[in-house]
Design a protein around this ligand. Structure first.
Ligand code: MEV
Length: 426
């Protein structure tokens, strides 16, 4: 509906309840709709109000548990928050099929993040670069002084890179502060360092500092996972070879690679969401990493081992944390971490890579065999049944009829519902 104005002065100063009242009035919500938004479930409005601005409610997502996961010899239950059907089942199935060969072997390359400081108007960028590199020690001291707790935990400044970047606006000096952020995702730590150091960096370079922000291309924080799927588990050599052909397609074609990688991120982002991590940072990092060679490519790799089994491997930047932000502030995120049982951000990243690989396997296997819709349909049919107005036991009955008819459509669901109601079989 059209509203009179989107100017709502002082909205940010209102309580959650007052805000909801104002919004309900502005857009004409019914008392039931307003009551629905007022029910914030297991995230209290007080906590929600401290996470973001102008809060009027919460948006609940289901958390499903991926079973069967064996990661570096340990049994792991993986909480996944997603709105997409088939994602959790996909991980369960993939993980079951590689258990006999030991499940997922994983590793991480480190926990270093990069903060970038952009310096403009430097008359002698090449010698400015050297002047900055010579000040590595003082830069280290100043960075570490910003976050002594991080240093106490074994993290802090690790390295300095200075690049001269040719741009259409002329050369720029780009400083990379490389910081080990340990169990934090690290955005706050490195952004604070970049902001604090920028004036001195600019002075030493003889220019003007502009942007001071982390890079989401977290290529010093790679997580790796590999697993072996035996032929008898996946349905024989034809399925294996077709999965390879699907991967080769994704390697060669950015249109396919985008979808291939989206499937991987279905798993990684769902784990990130459940644990209160920044899904956009992960998505940005993964896609930038996929394009690091100058062309957007498929993440990961599929090949055949000496026994003829299918081997998948995935290497992807995973900037996930276990301390700070919503990972600690959101009570459900803390419980998801407790279910997972990992103790470090590195452990979390390793599971994330395993889940991404599991998703990729499941998607490719489904695509080269029955197609993706079959798995989607059972739950999708339930969604459609609900949207058509089915409630309680009707949902399963309508969904079953839609799946049997092979027509999962809203108009059909409404007709089926009318028939059921008409026949008095509610
Ligand atoms: C759907 O969310 C993900 C897939 O499209 C991934 C893929 O095509 O590899 C099934």
């Amino acid at each position: 509906m059209a509203i009179e104005t989107s100017r709502l002065p002082g909205l940010h100063r209102n309580s959650v309840a007052e805000r909801l009242e104002r919004i309900a009035e502005a857009v004409g919500l019914t008392p039931q709709q307003t009551a629905h938004l007022a029910d914030t479930g297991n995230l209290t409005s007080d906590i929600a109000n401290r996470l973001i601005e102008n809060v009027i409610g919460t948006m609940n997502l289901p958390i499903g548990i991926a079973t069967n996961m064996l990661v570096d010899g340990a049994e792991v239950l993986v909480p996944m928050a997603t709105e997409e059907s088939s994602v959790v089942a996909a991980v369960c199935n993939s993980a079951r099929m590689c258990r006999d060969t030991g499940g997922f072997r994983t590793a991480v390359s480190g926990s270093e993040m990069i903060a970038q400081v952009q310096i403009l108007d430097v008359p002698d960028p090449q010698s400015a670069r050297l002047r900055l590199l010579e000040r590595r020690d003082v830069i280290r001291q100043r960075c570490d002084a910003i976050d002594p707790v991080l240093v106490e935990l074994g993290g802090g400044f690790r390295d300095l890179e200075v690049r001269v970047l040719e741009t259409r606006g002329g050369p720029m000096v780009i400083v990379h502060l490389i910081v080990d952020t340990r169990d934090a995702m690290g955005a706050n730590a490195v952004n604070s360092m970049a902001e604090a150091l920028a004036p001195s960096l600019a002075e030493w370079a003889g220019g003007r500092a502009l942007l001071r922000i982390l890079s989401n291309l977290a290529d010093r924080r790679l997580a790796r996972a590999s697993a072996v799927w035996p032929l008898e588990q996946i349905g024989g050599p034809r399925v294996r070879d077709d999965i390879l052909a699907a991967f080769h397609f994704a390697e060669a074609d950015p249109y396919r690679a985008a979808t291939h990688n989206k499937g991987i991120m279905n798993g990684i982002s769902a784990l990130a969401m459940a644990t209160g991590n920044d899904t956009r940072a992960l998505e940005a990092g993964a896609h930038a990493y996929a394009a690091r060679g100058g062309r957007y490519r498929a993440l990961g790799s599929w090949e055949i081992d000496g026994e003829g089994a299918l081997v998948g491997s995935l290497e992807v930047p995973i900037a996930m944390g276990m301390v700070g932000g919503a990972t600690r502030g959101h009570p459900t995120a803390g419980l998801a971490l407790a279910i997972l049982g990992v103790e470090t951000a590195g452990g979390l990243a390793r599971v994330a890579a395993a889940v991404g690989l599991a998703q990729n396997f499941a998607a490719l296997r489904a695509l080269v065999t029955s197609g993706i819709q079959k798995g989607h349909m059972a739950l999708h049919a339930q969604n459609i049944a609900m949207m058509a107005g089915a409630r309680g036991e009707e949902i399963d009955r309508v969904a079953q009829i839609l799946v049997e008819r092979g027509e999962v459509r809203m108009d059909i669901a409404q007709a089926v519902l009318r028939d059921l109601s008409g026949s008095g079989s509610k």
